[in-house]
Design a protein around this ligand. Sequence first.
Ligand code: FPP
Length: 229
Amino acid sequence: MNNLPSHVAIIMDGNGRWAERRGLPRLAGHLAGVNRISSVVTSLLTNQVKYVTLYGFSSENWNRPEEEVKGLFQLLEERIDREAAEMHNHNIQIKHLGRINGLPSTVQNSIQRACQLTQNNSGPVLNFAFNYGGRHEIVDTARKLIEQNIPADRIDEQVFAANLYTAGIPDVDLVIRTGGELRISNFLLWQAAYAEYYFTDVLWPDFTPRQVELALAEFGKRKRRFGGL
Ligand code: FPP
């Protein structure tokens, strides 16, 4: 396939509805969602995608019932070591995007273990956005620039981008959102400025490698002009 994206970012929405339709608790949907990650990432990497960013927990997800938030954290802690070992075997680098300090210390440790295990890998990069908000990221970047005493007239788009959570990672080419909603939900506001968007009604636990192929085929048809003619 020609015209493949280099960086794909995914808003994995619809776990709750997937569970509700089966008469299951919402957390069963999140478990099915976690189980879906590996096949989708594998299928993207098979298609030469070099950077994958997954939205695992947003800065707004704290507004969910405490039980659901705790359940998500528990799921992460239970699964991350196994998933990270698998990624490590495939030479994948795991990076975290977001405010790690705002998470419970056990969750912070789990994420840090995964990042450290894979930090010297030279293969594809998997960004895991957890406690992430696009506006938080922009605010944190502004703070970082001020802390470094960078004069205002030295700040341009390159300098700004080099201080984002995603420093060194190219802009997003394709954003996929499952679950039928048509919005960006504070995800990668800076990096997705010129991204193509693919929205599907398919719920995240049902988003199979076949669905990945459909999204990539659609991307292949888009004419990207980056604001030019
Ligand atoms: C939403 O579906 C998705 C999330 C809250 C984020 C994605 C989370 C996962 C794939 C599982 C958690 C990941 C880890 C590694 C712990 P929703 O609850 O918004 O679904 P709904 O719109 O149908 O209610």
